[in-house]
Design a protein around this ligand. Sequence first.
Ligand code: KG4
Ligand code: ZN
Length: 335
Amino acid sequence: EKDMIILAIETSCDETSAAVVKNGKEILSNAISSQIELHAKFGGVVPEVASRKHVEKMNPIIDEALNAAGITFADLDAVAVTHGPGLIGALLVGLAEAKAIAFALDIPLIGVHHIEGHISANYIEHNLKPPFLCMVVSGGHTHLVEVKDYGSYNIIGRTRDDAVGEAYDKVARSIGLGYPGGPKIDVLAKTGNGGAIDFPRTYLEKGSYDFSFSGIKSAVLNYLNQMKMKDETINPSDVAASFQEAVIEVITNKTMMAAKNLNMSKIALAGGVASNSRLREEMHRKAKENGYELYYPSPIYCTDNAAMIGIAAYYDYKNGIQHDMSLNASSNIQF
Ligand code: KG4
Ligand code: ZN
């Protein structure tokens, strides 16, 4: 069979990324321009600033991806792009670019759901095939997904308020760590005592696979305020470690419960928070204890990148999915 070379584009949040993916497996290049430093001074992503930076970086990043892969536009068989969910102005930059390329080269356009991309990142480095259970933990999403087949998903649980990465970032800000706080909490927690402060574990109704992280976020803020009022010194390492233990306990326990009830033998992690070292460690311990295989991507494929979009697009295309020029971006598309 003929090779299939896909150029993938991802601009849903604060990373401008383009990748060249061969046959849904081989990453020929994965160029990423991060805007983290640009947004850090605002303490979070500023949508308008993100859009403008995407416009500036889009063409250079595509050139970089093609050059690194050693190919030209003429070698492309299809172009894939994240069309949601995400920041609408940011998504539109990548979508307009992808449409222009597909139109100019007369090749298929494949719109990809961002979460499907995160899940598909697990196919890059592992010989993992559905069915499996995937815990998606990112800055915008917390979904427990039954991956029944390529392109066939059943969401069995989701957050009812904040995403887990969002909780990490907010707690980080409250103890004076910069944006994005997730990686900083990861490091700081290693020097703290996770049992120092008893933060709430929110399990919701018995048997529920849903999550809620707004309670623990408030609990951390209340704790910090009370300590300040009592003029007692706060140990940021203990706060970071205790917050993390509470969150990870709930995530890992719900994942184990779902794997058991759905009779799954394989569990995967996806999204930015999947690079968290303590989450990986606890998930490993419990997966081993219960006899499940555990998979997760390297950190570079956990956070936003275009390679994962190219992988997802390959399987979508094989399943007959292709879009025309009426494809639109959506900040909250259904999964
Ligand atoms: O998947 P992602 O790049 O973007 C979204 O689709 O949301 O995830 C970004 C999130 C941020 O909240 C960031 O703080 C978090 O992932 N994150 C981490 C770690 N690395 C990134 N959280 C905890 N520990 C980490 N090591
Ligand atoms: Zn993401």
